[in-house]
Design a protein around this ligand. Sequence first.
Ligand code: ZN
Length: 179
Amino acid sequence: MNKFRRFLKNPWTILIAGTALATLCGRWIDKLTGSNILNSILDIIKSIVIGVVKFFTNTYQSPLWFLILLFLLGIFLTLITIWIIVKLGEAKEKSLPKFLSFKEARFGRLLYRWDYYEDYGGEYKVTDIRVLCPTCICLLVNLECPNCNNYYDQLIKNDSEVEALIIHRIESQKINERS
Ligand SMILES: [Zn+2]
């Protein structure tokens, strides 16, 4: 039943059925009045089709200044399009939460860096937490700075602690901004 309804609503069905119905009506009127409505309608359609074909197959002689103008207009439109795309990109970037630029902080004696990712619910989560040596800002390897050889076993916070501290900083920043 649904298929039949969809078939009835299909534009092609409407077009073909409409044309057939109009033809039948035309023939019927022709018969009743002895006129030639159908043929004159067909003539009109024919002249429209010929007109359209002529329009697209005609070759025009255009002056050079017109071609140059058309060329410049093309460049102008391309530049406008690029400008709009760039502006849209900027607007999207501006609408991102401010805290996404907060990616580095000192917690205790050590320096931490991290990134964010957007989860399926559109929420931002902290990821890729790195610990850096506070003296030379070098990435620690196995709790040790490969550059100055300082060892930081006791001072390093685990990922959950760092994440909690980051969220705390962001939240307190927001509270500060509001007050
Ligand atoms: Zn170091």
